[in-house]
Design a protein. Sequence first.
Length: 408
Amino acid sequence: MEVTTGAVASKSDIAIIGAGPHALTLVTNLLQKRKNMRGSLAVFDPSGEWMSQWKHLFAALEIPHLRSPAVHHPDLDPYALRRFAEKRPHELYPPYDLPGTQLFEDFCLQIIRNWQLLDCVIPEKVTRIEPPLRRGWFRLWLSNGRSHLARRVVLATGGGKPHLPDWVMQSHLKYPQERLCHSYQIDLRRLQLNGERVWIVGGGLTSGHLALGAIARGAKVTLIARRHLQEKLFDVDPGWLGPKYLKGFWAERDWAKRWQLIQTARNGGSMTPAMLTQLRRLCRSGNLTLLEGYQIVACEWQGTCWRVICNTGVEYECDRLWLSTGTHLDVTTEPLLADILDAYPVTIVNNLPVLDEHLRLPGCELFIMGKLAALQVGPVAGNLSGARMACERIVPALTKPSLALSPL
């Protein structure tokens, strides 16, 4: 997986953009099918490491364990993580053996070592993908000014931009940057919040982690959600992991109806019973206030604190606003796909692309993993289980000449 430097562009048969859990799952699946493909792959991530962003987010929000059961991970054997945890059973959390964050990270490191992938991530950011001419090679432009040629490209960056509420977009007043942050910008490890009033916007599990972290640092927290907090063990019903629901989903030929099925299945943010129990306990202790069914309609920075106006007309003051409002998906605003979509137009339904059965943009050898592939994979496309489902579609097209669009 080494890429040569110099004036001449480096080359690989397959370029994978991103080095998170989805990319790692893809590489392990590919090498399981064809070990000789190792020299045909190039993986790009600015960090130069596997799962760098994943590790940062879990550490920054002090998330103790995953929400997915131990059978969901980048290894092909669903029981591999359970065996790995045999000497660390205390790191599998009830009720469904949810792997602890450190356990999962160590397990992934073992996978990386077993497949000899430690040094294979190229520490460069891909800034642009130039479409091929007549089914030729893609040219990936890198942050160092050089380029890389690849016959097939897999986009495994996750996709999506932080979603900002309308009242944030309408606020043109200057304020200290650290006083209004999206959850992606927050690192609890660097904060001291003694006596501060922190408002957290959003009703998903990330909101709960932020609340626990802020209270542990001495803050008085208000968590405001536009609807009553939803209690769910998993973010999507387990029926979506197999044929119980997916059979009907894949049989639906109306893409708009598929999109609606996805929305209904995910149904916005939710919290686990364990998290809600902790939050209710903190409410009784007076460290947390829950405003369920409330919305912020306007805010103003008053020099030392925020003035917040809710839909009830009541005004409040706080020192920090944290937005746990998720991400906004739109394939047309994905910078790396701008030139590709011009050259290879695709049907777009509510911002999601209609890909072919192997998760390719129709007519070219560019594959998409993650949430942007939801119309084909289903509601769990962005989850660890969705990574495995995506591989079931992508790997055959990368390994079987009969399924390739261009000669192998």
